[in-house]
Ligand binder design. Structure first.
Ligand code: ADP
Ligand code: MG
Length: 613
């Protein structure tokens, strides 16, 4: 509780005691008015004051104005206890909503408590402690057990276990050794390590995530915007209803003024839509918090809403359903040695970061003389063209070979076939193979039980290998040999069928598809910058199983949102009707306003638990 909230609480307690005292005192007339006016002013002076200010600003339908009007009306009718009570409970509701919002914000901040506060850097053989922002890429960091990793980088010395729970929700520590990449925001557990910083702090994983989380509340869901528009109309309508209710029966049917004015006051108290205005955004906020605890980063409430409504899931193959870590299985040259073919392939791939390229470079293992290599052009989704010793070589799939007129040969082995040609002269191929993610098949099966109507795999790989992977994972349909722009048009076909499509990719060369889908989900953000940039939802670790979990969290959150909307509106509508026929008094109205607010707020915080099993 902050200072303002504490002061408010004291005012509420003081006013409550004074009200009880006033009710017990045997007073009447002006004295009775005065004994109730004191607690009324103690608890409500700020509401009255801002109501007066709002009149001059022309904001007549502000909730504080309504509360002031309703309570002053009660006083005018001589219903002093009711007047004080409405004001008192209004303030209780306000403070409750306030605290709930603060608490959820705090616990998300705690979940997101991954900001490193310092870095220990080696400069001229000395260890210096500096803010992470002052470390340059390439510098060497020393990280002791218990310390948070300040920047992304590569371990160059030492072995340790690393806790990535704050990033991925995964509680098992990961063992790491020299050569392994380490992600900022994780915690070094057991050994002292030296790490070469790979990027500046501004570009580090931890900083991107924090920026993302901070901006998440700006993207509103449709329901949130709807509620705001609704509140905009609802309040004036109820107020007009109140005026008519107070004026018409006495004028037309010469009924008693005091009876109908009192009924009108009930309307005014119920007219405040704060239960909705507070609880709906709070629910989304808590849902996103619960998700981030499970290592699922949602960039805004609109994306959570879109994911909950998705009925079709489209996957990229490499790095999404497969691990994206290839191994060279066979080398089949035409008229040269295996080593010769591998030499050319490795040289051509030496600047590429594609997983296929990495496997070929690794299989080559030796030194690559980069001075031999001239211009290299990556041909996304097909391979690349590279100049080596002044000659042009093409390395990539069958489509690339066709486009340069090289007569390529297929292979009897399963796997991705990387063809190599010198201009249009076919030199042979290298077979690389990728491993399925262990949880991919189960995740796809689980999507089906969640009611996802169709799963599709899109890939740039050749048909045969694509089929093999698709069958092993169990997706409904597969489209192969696609260039990145063809992936977009395949996706657009699905969208044109009226499907609501979630696209899951690894962010490497599928940014256009990620942004075109109703909701773009990137896998394995730890390491891939493109993923965090272009996706709407980021699954922090490489696990496909996080996808069904993300869908369950989003649906549960939407469910709570709907419960709150229906519950609040139903109670308010009932009290409006009862109030109009005189069956609900001010006390009922107070429940309709504050009670509903408190219940809806408490319900909203349940969304935070959604990440737990
Ligand atoms: P996916 O759609 O499976 O994610 P990509 O779109 O990245 O795959 O690539 C499609 C195909 O293009 C790969 O299967 C591979 O045959 C070929 N390819 C892409 N980049 C390279 C590269 N650097 N070297 C060799 N082949 C490549
Ligand atoms: Mg890919």
């Amino acid at each position: 509780m902050n200072k303002e909230q504490k002061t408010m609480l004291l005012r509420i307690i003081a006013a409550a005691i004074l009200t009880v005292a006033a009710a017990l005192l045997p007073t009447d007339g002006v004295l009775r008015f005065a004994t109730f006016a004191v607690p009324y002013l103690v608890v409500g002076y700020d509401v009255l004051w801002s109501a007066i200010r709002n009149i001059f600003r022309g904001e007549l339908f502000d909730e504080r104005f309504l509360m002031a009007l309703a309570t002053l009306g009660a006083f005018a009718l001589g219903e002093y206890p009711e007047g004080v009570a409405v004001m008192l409970f209004y303030q209780v509701g306000e403070i409750f909503g306030d605290i709930a919002v603060d608490r959820s914000r705090d616990s998300i901040a705690a979940l997101m408590d991954i900001r490193p506060d310092h870095a220990v850097v080696l400069r001229n053989g000395e260890e210096l402690t500096v803010p992470p922002g002052e470390v340059e890429p390439g510098e060497t960091l020393v990280i002791r057990p218990g310390e948070r990793v300040p920047l992304d980088g590569e371990i160059i010395e030492g072995r340790t276990a690393v806790d990535t729970a704050a990033l991925t929700g995964e509680s098992m520590p990961v063992d790491m050794e020299p050569g392994d990449g380490i992600i900022s925001g994780s915690v070094n557990l057991t050994g002292v390590i030296k790490v070469r910083a790979g990027s500046s702090f501004a570009e580090s994983t931890v900083n991107r995530i924090l920026e993302l989380a901070e901006n998440a509340s700006e993207r509103k869901a449709h329901v949130e915007n709807f509620i705001r528009r609704f509140a905009h109309w609802y309040t004036p309508c109820v107020v007009i209803g109140a005026v008519l209710l107070a004026v018409l029966p006495p004028l037309l049917f010469s009924q008693s003024w005091s009876v109908w004015v009192e009924r009108a006051l009930v309307f005014l108290v119920v007219s405040c839509p704060c239960a909705l205005v507070v609880s709906v955004p709070l629910t989304f906020f808590c849902g996103m918090g619960g998700a981030s605890r499970a290592g699922i980063l949602i960039k805004g409430a609109n994306y959570l809403e879109a994911l909950a409504g998705a009925d079709t899931v489209v996957f990229d193959k490499t790095g999404t359903l497969t691990q994206g870590r290839f191994k060279v299985e066979a080398i089949h040259p035409e008229d040269m040695t295996e080593a010769g073919l591998l030499d050319i392939a490795a040289a051509a791939e030496s600047y590429s970061t594609h997983p296929v390229a990495e496997s070929i470079i690794e299989a080559h293992g030796g030194h690559i003389d980069r001075s031999r290599i001239g211009e290299v052009t990556e041909l996304a989704g097909r391979g690349l063209a590279a100049e080596i010793d002044g000659q042009t070589y093409y390395v990539g799939n069958g489509a690339l070979m066709d486009s340069v007129g090289a007569k390529w040969r297929d292979c009897h082995l399963g796997g991705t076939i990387v063809h190599i040609a010198e201009k249009d002269l076919y030199l042979g191929h290298i077979v690389v193979n990728d491993v399925l993610k262990p949880d991919a098949a189960q995740a796809v099966a689980e999507l089906r039980t969640l009611g996802i109507k169709k799963t599709v795999m899109l890939t740039g790989d050749a048909e045969k290998n694509a089929r093999r992977v698709a069958d092993a994972v169990g997706v409904d349909e597969v489209r192969s040999q696609l260039l990145p722009e063809q992936k977009v048009s395949e996706l657009e076909k699905l969208l044109a069928e009226g499907r609501r499509v979630a696209y899951v990719g690894d962010g490497i060369n599928d940014a256009p598809v990620l942004s075109r889908a109703d909701v773009g989900i990137a896998m394995g953000a730890m390491g891939s910058d493109a993923a965090i940039e272009s996706a709407d939802i980021v699954l922090m670790d490489d696990k496909t199983a996080k996808l069904p979990l993300a869908i369950r969290i989003s649906r549960r959150t939407m469910g709570i949102v709907k419960q709150n909307i229906v519950f609040s509106l139903a109670v308010k509508a009932a009290i409006l009707v009862l109030g109009a026929i005189g069956a609900a008094n001010m006390w009922t109205a107070v429940f309709g306003d504050v009670g509903v607010l408190i219940i809806a707020t408490a319900n909203a915080t349940r969304a935070m638990l959604a990440g737990k099993k």
